[in-house]
Design a protein around this ligand. Sequence first.
Ligand code: X2X
Length: 335
Amino acid sequence: MRVKQVVAALTAAMSLTLAAPAFAQETREFSVSTVLSDAFPWGQAAAKWAELVNERSEGRLTLTVYPNAQLVSGDQTKEFSAMRSGLIDMAVASTINWSPQVPELNLFSLPFLMPDEAAIDAITQGSAGDKVFAAIEKRGVMPLAWGENGFRELSNSRQAIQSPEDVQGLKIRVVGSPLFLDTFNTLGANPTQMSWADAQPALTTGAIDGQENPLSVFDVARVDQVGQKYLTLWHYMADPLIFGVNQKVWKSLSAEDQQLLRQAAIDAGAWEIEKSRNELADTLVAIKERGVAVTELSPEQHQAFVEATAAVYEKWTPRIGAELVAEAQAAIDAR
Ligand code: X2X
């Protein structure tokens, strides 16, 4: 009698366990690669994604963020390949760092294509953005949503830059695609490619004179404290962030979990874009208060940079895809 009761109780407990979805669905953990930590808007975007996914899956899905490109030993331009091969499950990545493998992403690096934030949105939220996502997917990574690193401004340790002539001869650190070498060579600078991990010591020792990064990066990384005393707001390009997932991981997920992951990425991206744009004005004040000489260009001075880099625009348009560039330009004109 007793034994029978125990068996019955156990059977009931087991069927309960099997019937409860929280037990039936497995818990999974995924790696998320970023270049910058959660001290920066970029890392905060990844943290927000992880938080939303954890909350909405009631703890079933865990995203563990690995900042500083540590999953590729700091070599940020290898991130896309590592994702494609499955070494990395997910990433919140800059278009710049993936552009060596996805040429279409050079669109955002075309000098002076996007004059303002509305122009970025016109691309990412429209048909040109859909084409860019299709290009990423075709190369083996599932893109889910956009975020923002920001407009990249030019700093250096030597002099205020107001004209293309002022850039001549400066040793400028650049990252990513050869497009950046073309841009800075065209301006008569001496560009050198290196990772963000290598850039910071190179700035400290004076091995390089300058760099370009969004205001948030300049501020949080205290780039002025390694001698970068001059900052020119030239807005020559902005790098969006892309939330992406390895294809195999993506296909292994149920349709519900795919939707959960995508919506969480969209929400985290929108949250981060708004937050980083809202912080820009205060960030600029903080940078000025630390004694950085900030140069704002007059429309004529700005135009001189546009004209000086026009050849880069022409050279890279066919590599990116003339149709895609035209579609982006039309979206910007109609914004
Ligand atoms: O390396 C950079 O400059 C950074 C952090 O902005 C990127 O990863 C593109």
